[in-house]
Design a protein around this ligand. Structure first.
Ligand code: 5GP
Length: 176
Protein backbone atom coordinates (compact mmCIF):
# COMPACT_ATOMS: atom_id res chain seq x y z
CA UNK A 1 0.00 0.00 0.00
CA UNK A 2 1.20 3.53 -0.78
CA UNK A 3 2.61 5.40 2.23
CA UNK A 4 1.02 8.76 2.90
CA UNK A 5 2.44 9.95 6.20
CA UNK A 6 5.65 11.84 5.45
CA UNK A 7 7.97 12.38 8.37
CA UNK A 8 7.31 15.67 10.20
CA UNK A 9 10.04 18.29 10.22
CA UNK A 10 7.99 21.14 11.72
CA UNK A 11 4.80 20.33 13.61
CA UNK A 12 1.43 22.05 13.43
CA UNK A 13 1.96 23.48 16.89
CA UNK A 14 5.41 24.88 16.07
CA UNK A 15 4.03 26.52 12.93
CA UNK A 16 1.12 28.04 14.79
CA UNK A 17 3.33 29.50 17.56
CA UNK A 18 5.75 30.98 15.03
CA UNK A 19 2.95 32.54 12.95
CA UNK A 20 1.49 34.11 16.08
CA UNK A 21 4.87 35.79 16.74
CA UNK A 22 5.24 36.92 13.11
CA UNK A 23 1.74 38.38 13.16
CA UNK A 24 2.55 40.35 16.30
CA UNK A 25 5.77 41.72 14.76
CA UNK A 26 3.97 42.74 11.55
CA UNK A 27 1.13 44.37 13.53
CA UNK A 28 3.70 46.37 15.50
CA UNK A 29 5.71 47.42 12.42
CA UNK A 30 2.61 48.61 10.56
CA UNK A 31 1.03 50.54 13.41
CA UNK A 32 -1.36 53.15 11.93
CA UNK A 33 -0.72 51.81 8.40
CA UNK A 34 -2.77 49.79 5.93
CA UNK A 35 -1.23 46.85 4.17
CA UNK A 36 -1.53 45.07 0.84
CA UNK A 37 -0.65 41.43 1.36
CA UNK A 38 0.44 39.57 -1.78
CA UNK A 39 0.13 35.81 -1.43
CA UNK A 40 2.44 33.92 -3.77
CA UNK A 41 0.44 30.99 -5.16
CA UNK A 42 0.16 28.19 -4.77
CA UNK A 43 2.63 27.27 -2.04
CA UNK A 44 1.98 30.18 0.35
CA UNK A 45 -1.82 29.96 0.47
CA UNK A 46 -2.11 28.19 3.84
CA UNK A 47 0.68 30.20 5.48
CA UNK A 48 -0.84 33.43 4.17
CA UNK A 49 -4.34 32.63 5.36
CA UNK A 50 -3.08 31.75 8.86
CA UNK A 51 -0.73 34.76 8.96
CA UNK A 52 -3.28 37.45 8.03
CA UNK A 53 -5.54 36.22 10.86
CA UNK A 54 -2.74 37.21 13.25
CA UNK A 55 -2.18 40.67 11.72
CA UNK A 56 -4.26 43.18 13.61
CA UNK A 57 -4.25 45.84 10.85
CA UNK A 58 -6.51 46.53 7.85
CA UNK A 59 -5.27 44.15 5.17
CA UNK A 60 -6.23 43.85 1.54
CA UNK A 61 -5.31 40.60 -0.10
CA UNK A 62 -3.87 39.96 -3.55
CA UNK A 63 -2.65 36.83 -5.27
CA UNK A 64 0.21 36.33 -7.67
CA UNK A 65 1.44 33.19 -9.34
CA UNK A 66 4.97 32.54 -10.53
CA UNK A 67 6.62 29.34 -11.57
CA UNK A 68 10.23 28.35 -11.18
CA UNK A 69 9.86 24.66 -10.40
CA UNK A 70 8.13 22.20 -12.68
CA UNK A 71 7.15 18.83 -11.35
CA UNK A 72 10.66 18.05 -10.14
CA UNK A 73 12.60 18.88 -7.01
CA UNK A 74 15.17 20.92 -8.96
CA UNK A 75 14.86 24.57 -9.93
CA UNK A 76 14.45 25.17 -13.65
CA UNK A 77 16.46 28.40 -13.29
CA UNK A 78 13.87 30.74 -14.74
CA UNK A 79 10.76 32.41 -13.40
CA UNK A 80 7.52 32.99 -15.30
CA UNK A 81 4.65 35.27 -14.24
CA UNK A 82 1.53 33.14 -14.52
CA UNK A 83 -1.01 35.42 -12.83
CA UNK A 84 -0.59 39.05 -11.76
CA UNK A 85 -2.18 41.00 -8.90
CA UNK A 86 -5.12 43.26 -9.71
CA UNK A 87 -4.41 46.15 -7.30
CA UNK A 88 -2.37 49.27 -7.96
CA UNK A 89 0.37 49.21 -5.30
CA UNK A 90 1.83 52.65 -6.01
CA UNK A 91 2.40 54.49 -2.71
CA UNK A 92 1.15 51.50 -0.69
CA UNK A 93 2.73 49.25 1.93
CA UNK A 94 3.20 45.79 0.45
CA UNK A 95 3.87 42.54 2.28
CA UNK A 96 4.81 39.63 0.03
CA UNK A 97 4.03 36.26 1.57
CA UNK A 98 6.09 33.38 0.19
CA UNK A 99 6.34 29.71 1.16
CA UNK A 100 10.08 29.14 0.83
CA UNK A 101 13.24 30.92 -0.28
CA UNK A 102 15.67 28.43 -1.80
CA UNK A 103 18.04 29.93 -4.43
CA UNK A 104 16.21 33.23 -3.99
CA UNK A 105 15.56 33.59 -7.73
CA UNK A 106 11.76 33.58 -7.49
CA UNK A 107 11.56 36.18 -4.74
CA UNK A 108 14.26 38.38 -6.24
CA UNK A 109 12.40 38.41 -9.57
CA UNK A 110 9.13 39.21 -7.78
CA UNK A 111 10.69 41.95 -5.63
CA UNK A 112 12.20 43.60 -8.74
CA UNK A 113 8.81 43.38 -10.46
CA UNK A 114 7.06 45.05 -7.49
CA UNK A 115 9.66 47.83 -7.00
CA UNK A 116 9.05 49.07 -10.58
CA UNK A 117 5.43 49.78 -9.53
CA UNK A 118 6.64 52.28 -6.90
CA UNK A 119 5.10 51.03 -3.65
CA UNK A 120 5.78 52.96 -0.43
CA UNK A 121 7.41 49.91 1.19
CA UNK A 122 7.89 46.26 0.25
CA UNK A 123 8.52 43.66 2.95
CA UNK A 124 8.84 39.92 2.70
CA UNK A 125 7.42 37.20 4.92
CA UNK A 126 8.63 33.68 4.14
CA UNK A 127 7.61 30.58 6.03
CA UNK A 128 10.86 28.78 5.23
CA UNK A 129 14.42 29.60 4.21
CA UNK A 130 17.09 27.21 2.96
CA UNK A 131 20.33 29.21 3.24
CA UNK A 132 22.52 26.51 1.68
CA UNK A 133 21.35 27.07 -1.91
CA UNK A 134 20.94 30.85 -1.78
CA UNK A 135 22.33 32.53 -4.91
CA UNK A 136 20.54 35.89 -4.93
CA UNK A 137 20.59 38.54 -2.24
CA UNK A 138 17.26 38.34 -0.44
CA UNK A 139 16.23 40.08 2.75
CA UNK A 140 13.52 38.18 4.62
CA UNK A 141 11.84 40.60 7.01
CA UNK A 142 9.62 38.00 8.68
CA UNK A 143 10.95 34.45 8.64
CA UNK A 144 9.18 31.38 9.95
CA UNK A 145 11.95 28.78 10.02
CA UNK A 146 15.42 28.27 8.62
CA UNK A 147 15.81 24.68 7.38
CA UNK A 148 18.47 22.37 5.98
CA UNK A 149 18.77 21.59 2.31
CA UNK A 150 15.96 19.02 2.23
CA UNK A 151 12.96 18.96 -0.08
CA UNK A 152 9.95 19.70 2.09
CA UNK A 153 6.25 19.31 1.51
CA UNK A 154 2.98 20.03 3.32
CA UNK A 155 1.29 23.12 4.75
CA UNK A 156 0.82 24.43 1.20
CA UNK A 157 4.02 23.09 -0.32
CA UNK A 158 3.75 20.35 -2.91
CA UNK A 159 5.63 17.71 -4.75
CA UNK A 160 4.14 17.27 -8.23
CA UNK A 161 0.88 18.82 -7.01
CA UNK A 162 0.52 16.57 -3.98
CA UNK A 163 0.84 16.94 -0.19
CA UNK A 164 -0.30 20.59 0.04
CA UNK A 165 -3.08 19.62 2.45
CA UNK A 166 -0.76 18.19 5.14
CA UNK A 167 -1.17 20.31 8.29
CA UNK A 168 2.57 20.17 9.05
CA UNK A 169 5.87 20.53 7.16
CA UNK A 170 7.20 17.13 6.20
CA UNK A 171 10.16 15.66 4.41
CA UNK A 172 9.88 13.66 1.29
CA UNK A 173 11.70 10.36 1.60
CA UNK A 174 12.02 7.49 -0.84
CA UNK A 175 8.76 5.57 -0.60
CA UNK A 176 6.43 8.59 -0.06
P1 5GP B 1 13.87 29.67 -5.45
O1 5GP B 1 13.47 30.53 -6.61
O2 5GP B 1 14.12 30.46 -4.19
O3 5GP B 1 15.00 28.75 -5.79
O4 5GP B 1 12.68 28.68 -5.19
C1 5GP B 1 11.50 29.11 -4.65
C2 5GP B 1 10.37 28.21 -5.05
O5 5GP B 1 10.81 26.87 -5.30
C3 5GP B 1 9.37 28.12 -3.93
O6 5GP B 1 8.38 29.12 -4.03
C4 5GP B 1 8.82 26.72 -4.08
O7 5GP B 1 7.74 26.73 -4.98
C5 5GP B 1 9.97 25.92 -4.71
N1 5GP B 1 10.75 25.18 -3.70
C6 5GP B 1 12.02 25.39 -3.30
N2 5GP B 1 12.40 24.51 -2.35
C7 5GP B 1 11.32 23.71 -2.16
C8 5GP B 1 11.07 22.60 -1.28
O8 5GP B 1 11.90 22.14 -0.47
N3 5GP B 1 9.83 22.06 -1.36
C9 5GP B 1 8.87 22.51 -2.21
N4 5GP B 1 7.68 21.88 -2.20
N5 5GP B 1 9.06 23.55 -3.03
C10 5GP B 1 10.28 24.15 -3.01
Amino acid sequence: MEMYTPEALITEEEISLRIEALGKAITKDFENEDLIVICVLKGAFIFCSDLIKKINRPVSLEFISLSSYGDSTNSSGNVRLEMDITANIEGKNVLIVEDIVDTGLTIKTLMDMMHVRKPKTVKLASLLFKPVKLKHKVNIDYLGFEIEDKFVIGYGLDYAGRYRELPYIGMLNAGN
